[in-house]
Ligand binder design. Structure first.
Ligand SMILES: Nc1nc2[nH]cnc2c(=O)[nH]1
Length: 159
């Protein structure tokens, strides 16, 4: 990880703040090419689209595979405000993105969401999902967790 990675992670936290302001869960993701250009960004849309698969990273990968070919995607980095869940890790893998940088870990997210039925955390580290694939995906994180937690402050309502 380098200082540029931290800048892009902070941008992903901004996207997560926007998702929350737009009535969704506080998650956001960015796709950045090898020249350091942000080529796509996506918010979580679970509430407004009434779509249980509307996670930020899955929305990003759906767009990415429509807009770009897999050779290009292999040169990009996906930045996300929270570690990708198992579902999103699958989408990242199938889409051929080879580098992921995340802020908040899934395990730390679980300490915030507790037993809130809106987020029954699937606590499976993305590294474990990627390790089962046939092609490597480099993963960096957690990073900036204290900043990442702020985006979730007061959002989740554990029973
Ligand atoms: N990383 C991530 N985790 C989630 N858990 C629930 N929704 C999301 C999402 O959009 N992104």
């Amino acid at each position: 990880m380098n200082p540029t990675d931290l800048e892009f992670l902070r941008q992903a936290l901004e996207v997560a703040r926007r998702a929350r302001a737009n009535g969704n869960h506080p998650f956001g993701a960015l796709l950045v090419d090898a020249q350091g250009r942000v080529v796509l960004e996506a918010e979580n849309t679970v509430e407004t689209e009434r779509d249980c698969t509307g996670h930020a990273e899955l929305n990003l990968m759906r767009l990415a595979s429509r807009c770009y070919d897999p050779h290009f995607l292999a040169t990009c980095t996906l930045y996300t405000s929270t570690e990708p869940c198992a579902m999103c890790s699958g989408a990242i893998y199938w889409g051929n993105v080879r580098r992921v940088v995340y802020a908040l870990s899934e395990a730390r997210l679980r300490t915030l969401t507790g037993d809130d039925p809106a987020n029954p955390t699937l606590d499976l580290p993305c590294r474990e999902v990627f390790a089962r694939g046939q092609r490597p995906v480099e993963v960096w994180g957690p990073a900036l967790e204290d900043e990442a937690i702020q985006v979730h402050e007061g959002f989740w309502k554990p029973l």
